[in-house]
Design a protein around this ligand. Structure first.
Ligand SMILES: NC(=O)c1ccc[n+]([C@@H]2O[C@H](COP(=O)([O-])OP(=O)(O)OC[C@H]3O[C@@H](n4cnc5c(N)ncnc54)[C@H](OP(=O)(O)O)[C@@H]3O)[C@@H](O)[C@H]2O)c1
Length: 187
């Protein structure tokens, strides 16, 4: 959101789902005064996201064309940035959610790695799509400063011991979690 999106207070970001990446994204966006639209398969999780500062929640099961609901929320303009974690199953709709000149930060592929994409979508939206992996040490330090200054505490769903690794992965695969799952490495 900072390095690729260049979003500032008042801009709008769309986050997909309520897993570790998206909930941390929500906390950071909220601290920056950025408007957040978040999607989830669960109304209960959307309610929790709103308590953390999300401005608008869309259930992607009951509203499969969530990109239209996101566009309506922005009065037809479209969002400034999508933090794309869905991948194949969500990317085409993300082009429908962004404003002209909007950005898609491609981080994950929860719904599978491959899809057919119409290149016309990139052209029509004058979209900027950037793959995101790790950042630099400088970016990490800047993020940590923002976390400390805003007193952000990560939302941790459950902590597992190192001897419970399989249970931790099963919990993640179930999709029941909200925020991060921790495997404690140190004793
Ligand atoms: N590029 C990088 O540096 C980097 C770093 C970390 C993670 N990742 C990748 O980013 C993705 C997310 O990681 P994570 O740790 O946040 O995962 P996670 O905690 O397992 O998040 C899963 C959540 O995403 C939502 N979701 C699942 N399938 C979806 C779909 N088809 N459409 C929309 N939402 C969907 C669900 O939320 P609801 O239950 O609310 O529906 C689910 O609970 C993964 O693919 C991961 O590999 C990349």
């Amino acid at each position: 959101m900072v390095e690729h999106g260049n979003v500032i207070a008042g801009r709008t970001v769309l986050l997909q789902g309520t897993g570790g990446v998206s909930i941390f994204g929500l906390q950071l966006a909220h601290a920056m005064g950025v408007q957040v639209i978040i999607t989830s398969s669960s109304d209960e999780k959307l309610a929790r996201a709103k308590k953390l500062g999300a401005n608008y929640g869309i259930n992607y099961k009951s509203t499969p064309d969530w990109e239209k609901a996101a566009t309506d929320f922005t009065d037809g303009r479209g969002v400034d940035q999508v933090i794309e974690v869905g991948g194949a199953g969500t990317l085409t709709r993300s082009f429908g959610a962004i404003r002209v000149g909007g950005k898609i930060s491609l981080i994950g592929g929860l719904s599978g790695p491959a899809t057919e994409l119409n290149p016309g979508l990139i052209l029509a939206r004058r979209a900027n799509v950037q793959g995101i992996s790790v950042g630099s040490t400088q970016m990490f330090e800047a993020m940590n400063l923002a976390i400390a200054a805003n007193g952000i505490k990560p939302v941790i769903d459950k902590v597992f011991g190192f001897d419970q690794v399989q249970a931790a992965y099963r919990h993640m695969a179930s999709g029941a979690h909200f925020g991060k799952i921790v495997i404690r490495v140190a004793v």
